[in-house]
Design a protein around this ligand. Structure first.
Ligand code: MSP
Length: 646
């Protein structure tokens, strides 16, 4: 049986300048949906491209003293490079300067003209060149473009007009009968009001510049750039050049676009399609805008964020995760470097990274690296397996609704629950008792199996990390062949799988000012381990309350723990102080398994002079009670990180 087709598009971007993080946001959403649909078994066609004609580009080229084509060639190459770096899985990249597109636009223009829906007249009105949009006097906002707020120019020229007005009622009826056509609902209502105000015939040719596709029957005109651009979707789908492909993919399932261009896609584009007697797309989804630290990005403000720099610094998966997790689709969202680092550290390094690390570490140490056959499930195991199955089912529903943000949240609820499951089942304690081997095997299997499911579910968002988890789990099947159904069936991880050495998937990011970093590294080498022989209580000299008050003792949460290589007494801990995270080295490895400490709220002196131990700068010391061979860290389970101890 042939697979069901799914066609998703991004807008084709203007190569007037390099793309910024806002453009990367849109393409990342489309990519996540495309990858999800492939996972769900669809034959996906994912299209992006560049919108290369028009007055704006012609002017930019003139300013740079190059031909428009030479100008766009360079910038389009930078788009393609960005999509490779961001791991975008587009199936095609259309350039409107390509011959395949040129031919389709001319054929369509001719056809609509021949049937009488395009006629010659004169345009007299306003034009916003940055938006490439015609405006009527009454539509302007204080004389400026109502979309971008910039100045408009008065245009008076002979033009061809497209008889949009003729299609007004048909379009309204279509929108009314297809509630999912324009999403989200707020945009739908906006469009209905816009159409009800009356559709004017649209000017679809220009004569005052020549960087465009010539009107076939009157070559002093070039086709209006939006008419040209919208047609890209059917050119690439094979209209007039690949009948079979067109039959398979058209109509498009989703045109994902920014909120300010929903109007072009849900009014002009459907009317062009109606005039061609072609079916309309199933959905136009208008996403919100990404602002930076609360402010609109603009060159003049100097706050334009280059996605390439971010990818080089943090990796594509972290950026993709942030964009998809932080911003609710359809709403405006904020980009902040601080929030990005917090997400990387909290969600990726701590929650996901730790879960993988702890699981593989324990399988390595307690079961010689083998995921053994599980025994009978107990109630706590049932709870976990049930949540895993429910998450995979809910994820499908949410992703089908383009609710990417909620889908990710639910996967992370599963990740957090699984971290808690480790604390509840305490595998390190099970490992000490040979009679509990079966129980240990069950717990370790359940952990690895949950991670297998998580790897599949996160693959549309983090396509590099997901196969890394798969490989570290020791799974030998090709990850590219994994399906959504594989994530929905519990127990598909084969017993006897040998896991790989754990490798960190997301290193924690320390974003401290340079001076602070230097100070830490310069700290003297010393040790924080308790002295072997503690002085007897009666020998301790008296101190004043003021001396005691000099010690800043706080509750901190241990968020990661690992053994320090070649030091059998030392553990490296990452602790959260509520306001910041720190690394400390603690001489308690003989008394605690690293996994046992993760999640515990312990007491730490935080103003102890930093010390460099085995090359690691330790910034604090955890307090522990010791007696003979016994040692226990001072733990205060119910007090939040940052609480003062006095
Ligand atoms: N060329 C037209 C689209 C033609 S589609 C047939 C165009 N190009 S654009 O380069 O100006 O914008 C492309 C997309 O980028 C738009 O959907 C726009 O909303 C989006 N974004 C531009 N800045 C953005 C943000 N700051 N945030 C999110 N998306 C943003 O319009």
């Amino acid at each position: 049986m042939s697979k069901k087709a799914f066609f998703i598009t991004t807008p084709i971007y203007y190569p007037s300048d390099r793309l910024h993080i806002g453009h990367a946001y849109c393409t990342t959403i489309a990519d996540a949906v495309a990858r999800y649909k492939r996972l769900a078994g669809y034959d996906v066609f994912f299209l992006t491209g560049s919108d290369e004609h028009g007055q704006k580009i012609q002017r930019k080229a003139q300013e740079n003293n190059v031909t428009p084509l030479a100008y766009v060639d360079k910038i389009v190459a930078s788009f393609q490079n960005l999509w490779v770096k961001l791991n975008i899985s587009n199936d095609d990249f259309i350039r409107t300067t390509e011959k395949r597109h040129y031919e389709v636009v001319q054929a369509i223009f001719q056809k609509i003209y021949d049937q009488g829906d395009i006629y010659k007249s004169e345009y007299a009105g306003w034009y916003c060149t940055p938006c490439e949009t015609f405006w009527l006097e009454r539509q302007l906002n204080d004389g400026k473009c109502p979309d971008c707020g910039r100045s408009v120019e008065l245009v008076k020229e002979e033009s061809y007009f497209f008889r949009m007005s003729k299609y007004q009622d048909r379009l309204l009826k279509y929108i009314d009968e297809n509630p999912a056509f324009i999403q989200p609902v707020s945009r739908r209502n906006e469009m209905i009001n816009f159409i009800k105000n009356g559709l004017e015939d649209l000017c679809v040719s220009r004569t005052t510049f020549d960087w465009g596709i010539p009107v076939p029957f009157d070559t002093k005109h070039v086709v209006y750039v939006w008419f040209d651009a919208l047609v890209n979707y059917i050119t690439a789908a094979g209209y007039l050049n690949d009948r079979e492909k067109f039959a398979k993919y058209w109509p498009a399932d989703v045109h994902l676009v920014g909120k300010e261009i929903v109007r072009f896609h849900s009014i002009i584009w459907p009317v062009i399609l109606m005039a061609l007697d072609l079916p309309l797309p199933n959905q136009v989804y208008g996403h919100g805008w990404l602002v930076v630290e609360g402010d609109k990005m603009s060159k003049s403000k100097g706050n334009v964020i280059d996605p390439i720099g971010l990818i080089e610094e943090f990796g594509a998966d972290a950026i993709r995760y942030y964009l998809l997790r932080e911003i609710t689709l359809g709403m405006d969202g904020n980009f902040s470097r601080e929030a990005l680092i917090t997400r990387i550290n909290a969600d990726l390094a701590n929650d996901l990274g730790n879960l993988l690390h702890r699981t593989l570490n324990m399988i390595g140490r307690f079961n010689k690296g083998i995921i053994e056959q599980p025994g009978e499930n107990e109630a706590v195991d049932e709870e976990l397996t049930k949540l895993a199955s429910e998450t995979a089912a809910l994820y499908e529903k949410l992703m089908d609704n383009m609710d990417i943000n909620s889908a990710i949240k639910h996967v992370w609820t599963l990740v957090s629950r699984t971290n808690k499951y480790i604390d509840e089942t305490a595998p390190w304690a099970l490992a000490k008792d040979p009679a509990k081997k079966d129980r240990l095997n069950t717990v370790l299997y359940n952990l690895a199996e949950t991670l297998r499911i998580v790897a599949i579910l996160i693959s549309p968002f983090m396509p590099t990390t997901a196969p890394k988890i798969w490989e570290q789990l020791g799974l030998t099947t090709d990850f590219a062949q994994a399906t959504l159904a594989d994530a929905q069936g519990w127990g598909r991880l084969p017993a006897s799988t040998a896991v790989a050495e754990p490798q960190p998937i997301f290193p924690r990011i320390e974003d401290k000012p340079a001076e602070e970093k230097a100070e830490q590294v310069a700290a003297a080498d010393s040790t924080v381990t308790a002295k072997a022989e503690e002085p007897a209580i009666e020998e301790t000299p008296e101190i004043t309350i003021d001396e005691f008050a000099k010690m800043d003792l706080r509750v901190v949460k241990v968020i990661a723990a690992e053994k320090v290589k070649k030091a059998d007494k030392l553990l490296m801990l990452t602790v959260d102080l509520g306001t910041e995270q720190r690394t400390i080295v603690s001489g308690i490895a003989k008394h605690y398994e690293p996994e046992e400490l993760v999640g515990q709220n312990v007491v730490m002196i935080i103003n102890l002079k930093p010390a460099k131990i085995r090359g690691i700068v330790s910034r604090g010391m955890v307090l522990a009670a010791s007696c003979d061979d016994k040692l226990k860290v001072v733990s205060v389970p119910d007090m939040p990180a940052g609480s003062k101890v006095k």
